[in-house]
Design a protein around this ligand. Sequence first.
Ligand code: SAM
Length: 280
Amino acid sequence: MLSYRHSFHAGNHADVLKHTVQSLIIESLKEKEKPFLYLDTHSGAGRYQLTSEHSEKTGEYLEGIARVWEQPDLPEELLPYMQVVRRLNENGRLRYYPGSPLLAKHLLREHDKLILTELHPSDYPLLRTEFSRDERATVAREDGYQQLKSKLPPQSRRGFMLMDPPYEMKSDYEAVVKGVVEGYKRFATGTYAIWYPVVLRQQIKRMVNQLEATGIRKILQIELAVRPDSDQRGMTASGMIVINPPWKLEQQMKNVLPWLHKTLVPEGTGHTLVEWIVPE
Ligand code: SAM
């Protein structure tokens, strides 16, 4: 089942959180000269037009990136991410939004590598076109989870693996944990990040328990809720679970999350969280 299209949600509060964390991890990896691999298991289309029918239909970006875009002073933790957003919108009007692969494309260096997979028949060609002239990138219409078995460890022995499934199938909650275990078996020093939506809190608790039970250490949880937990339909929060985070990430997110919360949720509902699921 592939009915999910990220174009309906691009630039929403969950993307802002995910792409902030993604950009900070990439910037930390760039502090060493040695190249690294960026592996995006669920890439999406790469670029989103916020004035498209899909974006306009939900208007989610208006309560996400549009709120950050309007701010005159940004915390330094947001600069790498927002510089890419600005580059896509050089005339000063917010029209385009970078998905995770495009953000990586702009932030990575010439000697770094990207492996991007996307299964959707409409989004895959868009992604491939976006990277057609980028020799650093391998773009494939293949199962993202499979890459964690077949592409790791990277030659450079440095890497960041982003897992961002749509969770339209409940099996994704278990598949991300299995994916991490498979990747970790082959490449225990890599940084792995799992994005998750909070629709039913119980599903996230189960996923966190399963991760704890793997015996893997250094697992950091970062979350931004825009509403209190609820058993009604709809996403109330989203988060990133990061395995082997760069040492600065915990503090960086503690610095920036209150600002993001205030900016994205002016009504003040919800919460933020930066907590170790398993410490070192
Ligand atoms: N990571 C993207 C970003 O931040 O811009 C958004 C990705 S979106 C949440 C999830 C994507 O995963 C969808 O485009 C969907 O078609 C794709 N997908 C679903 N199952 C997949 C699989 N097993 N392997 C690769 N891609 C998959």
